[in-house]
Design a protein around this ligand. Structure first.
Ligand code: SF4
Ligand code: SF4
Length: 154
């Protein structure tokens, strides 16, 4: 385990001492400031590494937009993930070009939610948050500033 991984593990344990609501409030505030400063179109790391679950409705909507039959769309773009749900079958995602989503209006709810710093229950998503800590500058900066705000000794 690297020194940073060890530090992050200690921080996760440290968060256990605090109320989820207080942490959410601090994360929301940090996220607002940090997200406004980061241009996702210069990054695109989530679209290069996420396994986004896709619902039938989302696949119907996008296949219609692409003027493909569902069979063709599924064969070309989807596979079953280990959890039995449909996921995109390529990484980076088929729909990423020049770090931009080419089907932005039709992107999936998992894409819209990431990195989920605006959602409640931060403490319940620590596993996935820290999985993407090294890839997502928004997560990285929120976590590092949260450490400072909470007086965590790194
Ligand atoms: S659908 Fe768009 S936003 Fe979602 S992973 Fe693919 S490129 Fe990224
Ligand atoms: S990894 Fe984070 S910063 Fe990069 S594009 Fe995705 S949400 Fe934006």
């Amino acid at each position: 385990m690297s020194a940073k991984e060890e530090e992050n593990q200690r921080f996760r344990d440290f968060l256990g001492e605090y109320s989820g609501d207080a942490i959410d409030a601090a994360v929301f505030e940090l996220n607002e400031t940090i997200s406004a400063q980061i241009d996702c179109t210069t990054c695109g790391n989530c679209c290069k590494s996420l396994m986004v679950n896709i619902t039938n409705e989302e696949a119907d909507r996008l296949s219609g937009h692409l003027q493909q039959s569902r069979n063709d769309f599924d064969a070309q773009h989807l596979e079953k993930g280990s959890n039995g749900l449909m996921i995109i079958n390529s990484m980076p995602c088929h729909f990423l070009a020049n770090n931009k989503c080419t089907i932005y209006e039709y992107r999936f709810s998992g894409c819209k939610e990431f990195p989920a710093m605006h959602l409640p229950h931060f403490k319940e998503r620590l596993f996935t948050t820290f999985m993407h800590y090294g890839r997502c500058p928004i997560i990285f900066n929120v976590v590092e500033q949260l450490k400072d705000e909470m007086g965590f000794e790194s």
